[in-house]
Design a protein around this ligand. Structure first.
Ligand SMILES: Nc1ncnc2c1ncn2[C@@H]1O[C@H](COP(=O)(O)OP(=O)(O)OP(=O)(O)O)[C@@H](O)[C@H]1O
Ligand code: SF4
Ligand SMILES: [Mg+2]
Length: 341
């Protein structure tokens, strides 16, 4: 594969579920690329379709009647519509997923070492002792103290942070090229969260792994991701290099998310700004821009059709009429700072 070929290339991914006698679009025309070794942040409020996007890519949506269209090329192989057997073979070996709650990955009745050994042996013909040596090495790589002994413990005997490390070790057990991490640090305290993010950043060097990092926390994205994709109500609101998106957001929703990040230094405001209102329910999205009911810059043009993505900087795009009209987004703080939760 040429050096600049994306590891994963997603185009026009759409996911709809049947409800009340019709198909309700949950994820609409999502496109992005992931380069080998890259960490891409997928960010958005609760219900924006982050997990549905990830689960669709992994072939893990089994709801009756679900419709998934578009394309997701992983190393040139089409994931959308791939037969379940082939997808199962890819999962764990080439693509792995970690979740917010490590308990969903581990069975309570076996030791974590046994479970990681089994994962290795499911994909490779190696002896039990070779698998265990690899498990211990992986736990060690993930910063688990006394890894040989930790491997003999049951999931409930480990702290939340150690369980999360063990889950990442299990996900990495077959050296996947892509790790999809769905809110992997939300349940952890700040110190442990920082350690796990550091671990994810180092995976590129230690295991050559790309990470699709799903979060609702722009602070996490700032610390970890080279590029950022902002989802709003199942659609891409903004996409670009993290530095540019943070310095010059092209979409009022991105600006609002950034205003809601607590300051790293200095006095913290008594209440953090939050975005007033809530995203629309997927079944009743407005005809035009889905953010219009909450947007301080909305005008009549916004209400007719969903705005397409337009370039707002080098490799940066936003789905908003303001840059398309040549109207720069007003300075962030004027738009949202007055709003409080
Ligand atoms: N199997 C399903 N059938 C029908 N609707 C679903 C299904 N799974 C998810 N949804 C709906 O899809 C929308 C997006 O859900 P999703 O779980 O992807 O959000 P999210 O961005 O991951 O949110 P969170 O930050 O809370 O995890 C929600 O409105 C949810 O109710
Ligand atoms: S298209 Fe209009 S309503 Fe939507 S974010 Fe841009 S200015 Fe606001
Ligand atoms: Mg989710």
């Amino acid at each position: 594969m040429p050096a600049d070929t994306p590891l994963l290339s997603v185009r026009d991914l759409c996911v709809s579920f049947p409800a009340h006698g019709r198909m309700v679009p949950i994820v609409e025309h999502v496109s992005f690329d992931m380069q080998p070794g890259e960490i891409l942040g997928l960010v958005g409020e609760s219900g924006s379709g982050k997990s549905v996007t990830a689960m669709a890519l992994m072939g893990l949506i089994d709801s009756p009647g679900v419709r998934i269209t578009g394309s997701a090329l992983f190393r040139g192989r089409e994931l959308v519509g791939m037969p379940p057997r082939q997808l199962r073979r890819l999962r764990g070996r080439d693509i792995a997923m970690i979740f917010q709650d490590p308990m969903t990955a581990f069975t309570p009745v076996y030791t974590i070492g046994w479970q990681i050994d089994e994962q290795i042996r499911a994909h490779e013909k190696v002896s039990r002792s070779t698998a265990r040596a690899r498990t211990v090495q992986l736990l060690d790589d993930m910063g688990v103290p006394d890894p040989a002994q930790a491997a003999e413990r049951y999931p409930h005997q480990l702290s939340g942070g150690l369980r999360q490390r063990a889950m990442i070790a299990m996900a990495l057990s077959c050296s996947p090229a892509l790790l999809v991490a769905d809110e992997p640090t939300t349940a952890l305290d700040v110190t442990v969260q920082a350690q796990i993010l550091d671990l994810l950043r180092r995976l590129r060097g230690t295991h050559g792994t790309s990470v699709l990092l799903i979060t609702h926390d722009m602070g996490v994205v700032a610390q970890t991701c080279a590029r950022t994709l902002v989802l709003y109500s199942g659609r891409v609101a903004e996409y670009g290099p993290t530095e540019a998106v943070f310095a010059r957001p092209g979409h009022p929703y991105t600006a609002a998310l950034l205003d809601a990040i607590p300051p790293l230094y200095g006095a913290r405001p008594a209440r953090l700004p939050a975005i007033e209102g809530a995203p629309p329910l997927p079944a009743s999205r407005p005809a035009g821009c889905a953010f219009a009911p909450r947007c301080p810059h909305a005008h009549t043009t916004c209400a007719t059709t969903p705005p397409p993505l337009v370039p707002t900087g080098p490799n940066q795009q936003a789905a908003c009429v303001l840059p398309a009209e040549g109207t720069p987004l007003p300075p962030r703080v004027q738009g949202m700072a007055g709003r409080t939760a």
